[in-house]
Write a protein that binds this ligand. Structure first.
Ligand code: SAM
Length: 247
């Protein structure tokens, strides 16, 4: 049985699509999608030897070797253009994830890919920024808590109207706040434009927790007299002020 996190990722995948799961570890997600026949075929990509071997074993044990191709390599380099309709990347930081997406984009690996299902563990705003930059429409987002951890999952699609749709999505007029347009935009990127439109208690829990972390950092920084700390302190204080307004 899949974790709730992986189940929600699987639910975002469009039925009938050929998927590529990058950073697949034990290939739990592609194996599940093949077993329920939601996907006709799948590629699991892994950078590291151990997880790569584990993914191969998982596929063989499930009798899926003919439909699951496991490849060892960095990010989207394992993919040939046109091989996948859906790319899933889950369980890594947003910074690494957006680097993988950008390198893949530059190498033409996203040609023909229709949707992305992404679950960054941290740094979600970097992923949203990449999607905006490369004109992917952020169609859906969800946030869940499982085993004491909070996860955000994003579903992005290619669309000729992506820029216009994103412009509407990242318009913060609905926020009941007195913020500049620029601040609104950065809040939406940070906290999630869909998540803020339908705010769940878990979203506030996550950001209250972040707020407490920032406050602790500020306390430490104010005890230090390095010039670098003063600059950071100002930056964190500004972030705290915005968060306090939103929460
Ligand atoms: N995707 C699975 C999930 O969400 O449950 C596994 C997540 S696991 C925490 C992250 C995996 O990404 C590891 O198995 C790691 O080896 C792999 N990884 C890290 N950097 C990678 C890269 N540049 N390209 C491909 N895989 C990578």
């Amino acid at each position: 049985k899949l974790s709730r996190r992986l189940q929600l990722i699987a639910d975002f995948v469009t039925a009938g699509s050929r998927i590529a799961d990058i950073g697949s570890d034990h290939a739990m997600l592609p194996v599940y999608l093949l077993q329920i026949d939601k996907c006709p075929s799948a590629i699991a990509g892994e950078l590291n030897r151990g997880p790569y071997e584990a993914a191969r074993k998982q596929g063989a044990d499930a009798g899926l070797s003919s439909r699951l191709t496991v490849r060892q390599g960095d990010g989207l380099s394992v993919l040939e253009p046109g091989e996948a309709d859906t790319v899933t990347i889950a369980g890594m930081g947003g910074s690494l994830m957006s680097d993988i997406l950008e390198a893949g984009y530059k190498a033409g690996k996203l040609v023909g890919v229709k949707e992305l299902v992404l679950q960054p563990n941290v740094g979600e705003e970097l992923v949203r920024a990449w999607l905006l930059e490369r004109s992917w429409y952020l169609a859906k987002e969800c946030i869940i808590e499982e085993d004491g951890k909070i996860y955000e999952i994003m579903h992005a699609v290619r669309s000729a109207e992506a820029d216009a749709l994103n412009a509407q999505l990242y318009n913060g007029d609905f926020l009941p706040l007195m913020l500049s347009k620029e601040t609104e935009y950065s809040v939406l990127k940070k906290m999630g434009p869909h998540l803020l439109r339908d705010p769940q208690p878990i979203l506030f829990k996550k950001w209250r927790h972040e707020l407490e972390k920032l406050e602790r950092i500020c306390k430490q920084l104010s005890g230090s007299d390095l010039p670098e700390s003063a600059r950071k302190l100002e930056q964190f204080k500004a972030e705290i002020n915005v968060l306090e307004e939103v929460l």
